[in-house]
Design a protein. Structure first.
Length: 137
């Protein structure tokens, strides 16, 4: 009697379907996710040698180089700024208004915003600048 022995079963691990599935998942997640960029206000602050660090305050009026006004990152018009600023000042603990203005804006607009802040009963006004070390970076 002859023993046939065990038949050897060949096992191949085919990786091609696995790679296909991984690429399909990658494409699915790339197409289904969307990247939201927060619109930032592009402002180049003027430099000052006596600039001091102040913690981020609650009331910030930004003036961009195209003379757009923002109250705490929300766009406002010059006409609506006094009312909205007055509401923010009444709600705030610190009634200090920080003016962040681009260095190339019209000085008249900055003076108008400062005047509006004073009329809205701001207790203090700060003009945001950057130090010379920050300007080098």
């Amino acid at each position: 009697m002859e023993f046939e022995g065990r038949k050897k079963v060949e096992t191949d691990f085919n990786i091609a379907p696995l790679i296909d599935i991984v690429f399909l998942l990658l494409i699915f997640f790339m197409l289904s996710s969307h990247f939201v960029t927060q619109p930032g206000i592009k402002i180049t602050l003027p430099t000052a040698s006596t600039a001091k660090f102040h913690p981020e305050e609650e009331i910030i009026v930004s003036i961009s180089n195209d003379n757009s006004l923002y109250l705490n990152e929300k766009m406002v018009s010059l006409e609506s700024l006094p009312d909205k600023l007055r509401v923010k000042i009444r709600e705030a603990k610190q009634k200090t208004v920080i003016i962040r203005a681009d260095e190339k804006i019209d000085l008249g607009l900055a003076v108008k915003v400062l005047d509006i802040a004073k009329k809205a009963e701001a207790e203090g006004l700060l003009i945001s600048t950057k130090t010379k070390e920050d300007a080098k970076q």
